[in-house]
Structures are given as structure tokens and as C-alpha cells.
Write a protein that binds this ligand. Structure first.
Ligand SMILES: [Zn+2]
Length: 314
């Protein structure tokens, strides 16, 4: 009797796993056509492609999550990854300039390339980025993905490319794109509304990545270090920042977890020593990968909360 039960259990387990395997590999109930292979330069674009493409696409990300993007360079294995993709999604604006070199050395037939910054009004590079070796290829600020307003436009270009590559998925992509767009537009509205009564005109950031937020919602950013995480601020830069924070009563410094805190902490203690204030260091995400349990949209939302604190400080 006991043996019989065991045997039955075993059979059931095996057939259940077999069923699971077959759905994993074939999924007979859905479309039989193979998935569209999407390769995105980095996390925010991969996130958008995944949101819009859903089950009809497989998405790969070239730059590992939460890696400093400006100094990153592709290797041979990255070239192979690009060559295997049906759709390649770029940020543009000088961020992933090296992709052009990859395209020149692989077979591009049948490949669709989407530059998500194409046709967008890009800002010229700010002070912190000038003369940077890593970004010498571009004259524009590439950080469009941090602005929900600009991100809608990027998502739109990804959506069009997926429809072009896989026209039978048009309706599916359309629905999913509309949902993402709605979320981003809602965020844009909240940024406008919730930052409307700001009391400060400028924020202090480790890395000047928030130019598109600043331009759209009416404030300025002042960076401590340059474009690269290992770049150092001069003593003069730090002194100017201390003056600026003191004069404008700025008591918040923003830092993305991907960047070193050392200069931020130096500035914090300098201002605290001079004024006797408590200076708060807050996270402002670059959205280069999931962080603190937050995905791309979660980080854009957290950024709004953080900006409220700094810009509404009395
Ligand atoms: Zn950056």
C-alpha cells in the first residue's frame, strides 16, 4: 500500500516536471514564432524594452547593472552579444558611441538599430562633463532616461522598432507601451505639481546627471565630481561649493550609490563646520540597475521624493 502511494507520487512528480519543462521551452498555448532578441545598452532601456515587449521578446543588457556607464568599454564577448540581436537599442547622445564601432565590425543584415535619443532636443553638456575623455565623442548631455518626460519619447522609439520587427505583435506592444507611457506621464505630472512650490533654485549632486529634470522642472544642478566616478574635484571647486551651499542655505547633497561618497562627505563636514547646520546626504538614483529593491520606475519615483526634500527646504 505505502509502496503503491510512493510510486504514484513519483509518477505524478515526474509528469508535473515534464509539463513544467515543456511550458518553459515551448509554451504551446502562445505564439509559436521565436522571440524577438533585443539587446539594450544598459538597464533603463532594457527595462523599457521588457515592459513593452513582454513575452514576445527576450532582452539582454550589455553594460552590467549598476556599473559606471561613461567609462565602460565593450569587449569581444559584447560584440558577439550585439551580433546575435534582432533589435539593438541605444541611448545615444554620446553615451554608447562605441556601438558604432561594433556595428562596423559585425554583420548588420536584418538588424534593426534604435537610437532612442534621435529627434529629441538634447541639452549641451554641462560644466562637470566638459573635457571628459569618456564623453569626448558627444557634445550633448546623455542622461535623458532620468527625466520621465524624455523617457516617454525613448519608450516610443522602442515601441515603433518592435512593431517594425514583429508586426503581428502590434496590438500587444501597443497596449503595453500605453501602460508604460501612462505611468511615465503620471510621474512627469507629479514632478511638475510637487516641485512647483520649491524654495531652492539649485541642487548639489555628486555627478551632473539630472540636467533634464532641472531644465523641465525649473532648477539648476551643481556637480561635485565630473563625469567619471574616479575624477577628483579641485580644492577650488570644493571651496566654491561650500560658499554656494552656505549662501543659498542648501542643506542637502545628492549622491547615487554607484558613486564614491568621499567627496560628498568632505563637502558635508566642511559646510557643517562653517555653519553649524546638519547637512543631509540623500540618494538620487542614476537608475543604472535595480537598487534597494527598486526598479527603474521605482527609482524615478524615489528621486521625486528626494528632490522634494532638498528643493522645499525652508
Ligand atoms: Zn552619468
Amino acid at each position: 500500500m505505502r509502496k503503491g502511494w510512493l510510486a504514484l507520487l513519483l509518477v505524478l512528480t515526474i509528469s508535473a516536471s515534464a509539463a513544467l519543462l515543456s511550458t518553459n521551452f515551448q509554451n504551446p498555448n502562445s505564439t509559436p514564432s521565436p522571440k524577438v532578441k533585443v539587446l539594450a545598452t544598459f538597464y533603463p532601456l532594457a527595462y523599457m524594452a521588457g515592459e513593452i515587449g513582454g513575452d514576445r521578446v527576450s532582452v539582454r543588457t550589455l553594460i552590467p547593472y549598476n556599473t559606471e556607464v561613461h567609462s565602460w568599454q565593450p569587449s569581444t564577448s559584447d560584440m558577439i552579444a550585439v551580433s546575435e540581436a534582432d533589435v539593438v537599442v541605444l541611448n545615444g547622445g554620446g553615451l554608447d558611441w562605441w556601438m558604432g564601432e561594433i556595428f562596423n565590425s559585425i554583420n548588420m543584415s536584418g538588424k534593426l538599430v534604435v537610437d532612442t535619443s534621435q529627434g529629441l532636443e538634447l541639452l549641451p553638456l554641462g560644466g562637470g562633463h566638459e573635457g571628459s575623455l569618456a564623453e569626448g565623442r558627444g557634445d550633448y548631455d546623455p542622461h535623458i532616461w532620468l527625466s520621465p518626460y524624455m523617457a516617454v519619447r525613448q519608450a516610443e522609439r522602442i515601441f515603433s522598432a518592435l512593431v517594425e520587427k514583429d508586426p503581428s505583435g502590434m496590438k500587444y506592444y501597443q497596449e503595453r507601451f500605453e501602460a508604460l507611457k501612462e505611468h511615465l506621464e503620471d510621474l512627469d505630472e507629479r514632478y511638475q505639481k510637487e516641485l512647483a512650490n520649491k524654495t531652492k533654485e539649485v541642487i548639489i549632486v555628486a555627478h551632473e546627471a539630472y540636467g533634464y529634470l532641472a531644465a523641465r522642472y525649473g532648477f539648476r544642478q551643481q556637480g561635485i565630481i565630473g563625469i567619471s566616478a574616479d575624477q577628483q574635484p579641485s580644492t577650488q571647486t570644493l571651496r566654491d561649493l561650500v560658499d554656494m551651499m552656505t549662501e543659498n542655505k542648501i542643506r542637502v547633497i545628492y549622491l547615487d550609490p554607484a558613486y564614491s561618497a568621499s567627496y560628498v562627505m568632505a563637502l558635508k563636514s566642511e559646510v557643517e563646520a562653517r555653519t553649524g547646520w546638519y547637512v543631509q546626504v540623500m540618494k538620487l538614483y542614476l537608475a543604472l540597475g535595480p537598487a534597494d529593491g527598486k526598479d527603474y520606475l521605482g527609482q524615478l519615483e524615489a528621486n521625486l521624493e528626494a528632490l522634494r526634500v532638498g528643493l522645499m527646504d525652508p
